[in-house]
Design a protein around this ligand. Structure first.
Ligand SMILES: Cc1ncc(COP(=O)(O)O)c(C=O)c1O
Length: 403
């Protein structure tokens, strides 16, 4: 198969729901990926926030290879050595008190579990989420997601969800009623534009939840696993939620969702009330053990803090040069560069020049590179963005590009 065949077949047989770039990737190593013709790309998206250890991390590859011949699938109705090892490693790194785990297969599923858990534990239906939030696209998670382009075609959604303005704890206080079960939020809003909350906000929300006796759920699907320079995003503010949703990088690239909660809360779910066939498969858990080991042994959280500072400073350098950059923001290696116009052109041009970045809303270029990214690779990404932004500025100056 050549790239044209691959593209034709996928377009012909797959639901047309992903906004695709005409690149057929077939290999990856560290922060690099290659297309079928051997063309090299720098993946500053970590395949949408998954490959935080880089692609095909050797420890993860070895763990998968060893496990695949041993036992691939084992329903959670039975016990399994790899699963036991994984949850033990996991609760050793989760914030203190969060030590009961439900395993699933995706970020949205981790959120679904947290919603059911909040309703079951409190016996109340209402969930407060934030304007600008993204929690996934299954019906429950979608009900907490803000963007109307995702929500409107699928109305009616799950009832008793409400959205309040972010970064203002009073808005949460005002929204709480007798029926409120939980506040569900991302510590740093990712898809919503890489929005870091003001200092004191998460602490204030924690205090309100405690006062009102409602649960605080952090969706850390994008902000965990060292991404922000701390193991979990909430640790930047020293705030621990009651329930935490995890996913993307925790199995080194295999599909995983994790809901972790305080023991008394998780015990509200009784046998049969929330299960899924692939929960904690041995293969995924073997990869997860290797992923956690690699994260800790290679001190990648610290590396994210250090490389993140460097990348942010370099992006701020671009901001000083290019007037079309409105703001650079983020923490660790979760960074956003807000432009004064739609970013799709910039993202496509960067991909043509072999640097893969993401959007976050209409006007934000989002960089989520693997934590193993090298300084020279950061320089490469910045020089490509510099070039692309320069071209964009020139085209706009000659009025050929609409806003
Ligand atoms: C904060 C957050 N929550 C939930 C999700 C949904 O995860 P998934 O796409 O694995 O369902 C995402 C995906 O990007 C996310 O960023």
């Amino acid at each position: 198969m050549n790239d044209k065949d691959i593209i034709d077949i996928e377009n012909r047989f797959m639901a047309n729901v992903f906004s695709k770039k005409p690149i057929a990737l077939t290999r990856g190593k560290g922060a690099l990926v290659w297309d079928i013709n051997g063309k090299e790309y720098l993946d500053c998206s970590s395949s949408y926030g998954v490959a935080l250890l880089g692609h095909c991390h050797p420890k993860v590859v070895a763990a998968i290879q060893a496990q695949v011949a041993q036992l691939i699938t084992c329903h959670s109705g039975y016990y399994n050595d790899r699963r036991a090892e994984f949850v033990q490693k996991l609760v050793q790194i989760t914030p203190k008190g969060l030590d009961k785990v439900f395993l699933s297969n995706s970020g949205a599923e981790s959120v679904e579990c947290s919603i059911k858990l909040a309703r079951k534990y409190t016996g109340k239906p209402e969930i407060i989420a934030l304007m600008g939030a993204f929690h996934g696209k299954t019906m429950g998670a979608l009900s907490a997601t803000w963007d109307k382009k995702y929500r409107e075609p699928f109305m009616p959604l799950v009832p008793d969800f409400k959205h309040v303005a972010p970064d203002n704890a009073d808005k949460i206080r005002e929204a709480i009623t007798e029926k409120t079960a939980a506040v569900l939020m991302e510590p740093i809003r990712g898809e919503g534009g890489v929005r870091v909350p003001p200092d004191g906000y998460l602490q204030a929300v924690r205090q309100i939840c405690d006062e009102k006796n409602i649960l605080l759920i952090f969706d850390e699907v994008q902000t965990s696993f060292g991404r922000t320079g701390k193991l979990f995003g909430c640790q930047n503010w020293g705030v621990t939620p009651d329930v935490m949703c995890l996913a993307k990088p925790f199995a080194g690239g295999l599909p995983i969702g994790i809901t972790v909660a305080k023991e008394n809360i998780m015990s509200a779910l009784k046998v049969g009330e929330h299960t899924t066939t692939f929960s904690g498969s041995p293969l995924v858990c073997a990869a997860g053990c290797a992923a956690i080991d690699a994260l800790i042994e290679e001190k990648l959280t610290e590396r994210a803090a250090e490389m993140g500072k460097y990348l942010k400073a370099r992006l701020e350098g671009l901001q000083a040069k290019h007037k079309i950059i409105k703001e650079v923001r983020g923490l660790g290696l979760m960074l956003g560069m807000e432009l004064r116009f739609d970013v799709q052109n910039v993202i496509l041009k960067a991909a043509e020049k072999c640097v893969l970045v993401l959007d976050a809303g209409r006007t934000v270029v989002r960089l989520l590179p693997p934590l193993v990214i090298e300084k020279e690779q950061i320089n490469w990404a910045v020089s490509v963005l510099d070039e692309v932004l320069g071209e964009e500025e020139n085209e706009r100056a000659s009025n050929t590009v609409p806003n």
